[in-house]
Design a protein around this ligand. Structure first.
Ligand SMILES: NC(=O)c1ccc[n+]([C@@H]2O[C@H](COP(=O)([O-])OP(=O)(O)OC[C@H]3O[C@@H](n4cnc5c(N)ncnc54)[C@H](OP(=O)(O)O)[C@@H]3O)[C@@H](O)[C@H]2O)c1
Length: 267
């Protein structure tokens, strides 16, 4: 049996969709009938939640401060060990993201998984195309795509492609045991690229306004999230997140989805 955590989240839900018809169960903090209670913040839910699971698709739960995320992810590794899970497929972060503040929790989790007694596959997910897409409505409204990205670009990948790979690996886990895959996007976007794309899509001029990095601290949201946003922009403008060769095309059965479409549909 395969269990997918974070199943009501965007990525977990897409992975679950792809596994429909197989021996799969959804793990979530808010289970409906036929789903399992899996709350990383409540370790007592995990051993029962993972009972009888052969392959655990462990979707990271990163929206919190690092101490919370490390506790969550450590609890998952401990419970998967106690429950006798055979193979864990973990959704991590691309190697090119090593300079991001979110990398710490991912690399810590990878190390904990490597020391565990079960087989592991690490899916080092690229940055979602949905990240620049989330900035599109404000640009469409104002006519200005404003971001502290300088001349930097960010390689992005559609979540759907990452879900395709995760489902494929979960269904044939033995073939992927011990592997770490870099699921880097194959298209990269800078501020001017997004502005040009929106200009074409909306058929009216959208301009790019590069902001100072300090502006990123003014973003709304919890402090950890704002800090991660600053780190993301700093890495973009430093050129750290531009295109890098990866494993995405090798693992997909079709060409990667067009990230331009993911971004343009939000216009
Ligand atoms: N590569 C990227 O660009 C990128 C960007 C953002 C985030 N991420 C990481 O990728 C993960 C999946 O992304 P997403 O887009 O699917 O995010 P999402 O839509 O926000 O879903 C995250 C899911 O994580 C689960 N979760 C949160 N806290 C949990 C806890 N205490 N115990 C168990 N599950 C918990 C929840 O599932 P339930 O509600 O079903 O419990 C939640 O819906 C994120 O959590 C984050 O770590 C990656």
């Amino acid at each position: 049996m395969i269990l997918v955590t974070g199943s009501s989240g965007a990525l977990g839900g897409l992975i679950l969709d792809r596994l429909a018809g197989h021996d799969v169960v959804a793990g979530t903090r808010s289970p409906d009938r036929g789903q399992r209670l899996v709350d990383f913040d409540r370790p007592e839910t995990l051993v029962d939640g993972f009972e009888g699971v052969d392959v655990l698709v462990f979707v990271s739960a990163g929206f919190a401060d690092d101490d919370v995320v490390l506790a969550r992810h450590g609890a998952v590794v401990d419970a998967a060990t106690a429950a006798g899970v055979r193979h864990v497929v973990y959704t991590s972060l691309v190697g090119s993201g090593d300079g991001l503040t979110i990398a710490l929790a991912h690399r810590w989790t990878e190390a904990r998984l490597a020391a565990a007694p079960f087989a592991v596959t690490v899916l080092r997910n690229g940055l979602y195309a949905e990240i620049p897409a989330s900035m599109v409505p404000a640009a469409a409204e104002s006519g200005v795509f404003a971001a502290p990205w300088g001349d930097g670009r960010m390689a992005v990948v559609a979540r759907e492609d990452l879900a395709d790979v995760a489902a494929k690996v979960a269904l044939d886990s033995a073939a992927h045991a011990g592997r770490t895959y870099e699921l880097e996007g194959v298209e990269a976007f800078g501020g001017q690229d997004v502005a040009d794309l929106l200009t074409t899509t909306l058929d009216r001029p959208i301009t790019y306004r590069p902001l100072p990095l300090a502006a990123a601290w003014e973003a709304p949201g919890p402090r950890f999230q704002v800090g991660h946003g600053v780190s993301l922009s700093a890495n973009v403008l430093a050129g750290r997140l531009d295109l890098h060769p990866g494993d995405l095309e090798t693992l997909l059965d079709a060409p990667p989805r067009d990230a331009r479409q993911v971004i343009a549909t939000k216009a």
